[in-house]
Each structure stands twice: as structure tokens, then as C-alpha cells.
Design a protein around this ligand. Sequence first.
Ligand code: SF4
Length: 362
Amino acid sequence: MVGHELLSGDKLFEKIEKEIKSGKIVVAEIAPAVRVTLGELFDMPVGTNVLGKIVSLLKKLGFRHVVDTPLGADIATYYEAEDIKKLLDEGRVKKFPIFNSCCIGWRLYASRKHPEILDHITVIASPQMTMGAVSKYYLAHKLKIDVKNIVVVGIMPCALKKYETFEVMRNGYKYIDYVVTTVELAQWAKKKGYDIKELPDESLSSIMPLSSKDGVIFGVSGGMTEAVITTLARLYGEDVEVVDFREEGDIRRKTVKIGKHEIHIAMVYGFQNLEKIYKEIKEGKIYHLVEVMMCPHGCVGGPGQPIAPKETIAARGRALGKAGDAIKEKTPLENPTVKKLIDEYLGKLDREKLEELIYFNR
Ligand code: SF4
């Protein structure tokens, strides 16, 4: 862990503006939950998908490239599903259950309350960190510039994501340099006189333009599980039987059949529910995949989003599901941007470098 200052508010905006003025290439990545929430802070109806307007706002604030954190989720899912398939095919049952790494609140809780679980949290980085690593190193490769000239800013629903950025530093550089929460982005926009209602829709960077449905739904409870399970099924040449992973509820247990394997899954939000599942595991119940999110309904209810009643948070979650379902490419395996990144860059790295970029959690 690298010690550092946790910046917020005006000090944070000034620091990023200084980076932009310095001539560095400043990139923003937008987390899934932000797109269905920022509109609330500009009096738009709950759940309005303002992704295009956020891109427009970030360009006006001076960001050179705007990319999508769900693409980081796609990349993480791609490698996670491949790894799980290998474990299943080799019968390495002791490696299960696998817990998710995407929730920093959960990982911090696990490290303090149940450090013995840490070995079961996937080593694949969270979507924020994966996208930060890819943004820095792929862009440096693509644009033929030194990585030190690229600054990455996460636009996140979660103040704890600021803390996550200090977990990894390579050659003196973080993968994510700053994090701006949803509420802070609204404050910054208003300070500069922008109302997102008035802004046109703009597209994500043409260098990394597309995320699949699976990447987008990571921001709602059950979304990460749906992503990994549907991608895993595709690796076996199957479609998952109809399972509603995103049904509402703070604790859900499912079993799906993929190939010859029966996969047992638990999805929870709130740590009291994690404790129930963990008790079952200690008593011998088999789970292959356990998704734990700290916040109600997942990141749509994160500590960086506007405070709202539970019904509003649930509505954001449904809106995010709708935004994901509208995308034709359902899994990372069908996403041409993931294919391009693997063909041009990730697939050409030796294992050590790939692990530095994607497999570094812990
Ligand atoms: S569930 Fe909450 S604590 Fe966890 S990453 Fe999402 S917003 Fe942050």
C-alpha cells in the first residue's frame, strides 16, 4: 500500500485542471452506476441514462479521452471466466468459492474481519483498476508516448475507490491518479457553469469505444455474477438457462448447470448477509461463486452517489440493467473492443506483464 493524500472537492478539481494545463493526456473512465445517477443532481428523472452527456461534460472540462469502466469489467470478466473454466475442468475444488474483487468496501471488510477469506478473493483486479491499467499502458503503446505522460481519472459512485487507487503502484506510477465521485462531478460541473441537461450526447473514445451488456451491469447487485456466469457458459458453447441474477433482494442463492458442472452461487449486499453465507460455507455448504457488495443494490447505492431512499436506489439499478440490456454485444467474448485489446496488446504480453496489469489484487 502506497501512502498518499485522499483528495476531494475543490482541491481535487484544481489538481486535475493543473494536469490538463500541463499538456499531459488526461483520460477519464466512467463507472457504470454514474450514468444512471448524475442526472438526479440536475433535476432529471431518476434512472435517466446520461452517459453521452457525461462524455460531453468531461470533454468540456478538458479531458482528452473518455473511456468506459465497463470495458475494464469486460476484460476482468474475460480472464475470470477463463480461469474458472480451468479450475472446473481440472477439478480443483479447493479453490472454490471464489469471491469478487470489484467492491473495495467488501475487500476492506474481508481484510479486517475475515483475513482467511483473502486467498479466495479473485486476484483479478476490479474494473476501475483494470481500466486504469489498460488506459495507461494500451494508450501509451497505441499513441507511442511514455506512460508518465498519461493521467487517468476515475469517475466513480464510491468515495472508497479513492483508497483503492493507492493499492498498486508500478515504476512510481499509479494506474488511477485521481477519483471524482458522482456528487463531486456535479459540483465541478456547476462550478464551471455547466448544466448537463443542456449538453449534447457525445461518444466514448474511438480508441476503446464499446463495452458489452455484461460490463455495464456490474454496477448493480447480481450484475457481476451474471457477467461471469454468462461468459463462462459461452466458453462451454452454451447459453445460460434463464436465471434472473439481477432480481431484487439482499441475499440470493442460485444453482446453474453449465456443461457437466453444477455451479452454486450466492449474491449478497450488506455484510450481515455475507456473514450468513459465510456461516453456511463454514458448515460445509458448497458455493463456487460468491458476490459481495457493500452497498444497497450494489454501486448504484454507493458512498459517492447522491443520498437517496432505497426505492430510488432500486430504480437506478433497474435503469442500469435496462442500459445494459439495450447493448447488442452481450458478453466480453462478442465485444470487438475486447478482441482488439487482446489481439493488439494484452494477448502479446508475457505472463508476468499481464499479471502486473490485470492479476494484481492482493
Ligand atoms: S458496492 Fe459500494 S463500496 Fe462496493 S465498490 Fe460499489 S459503491 Fe464502492
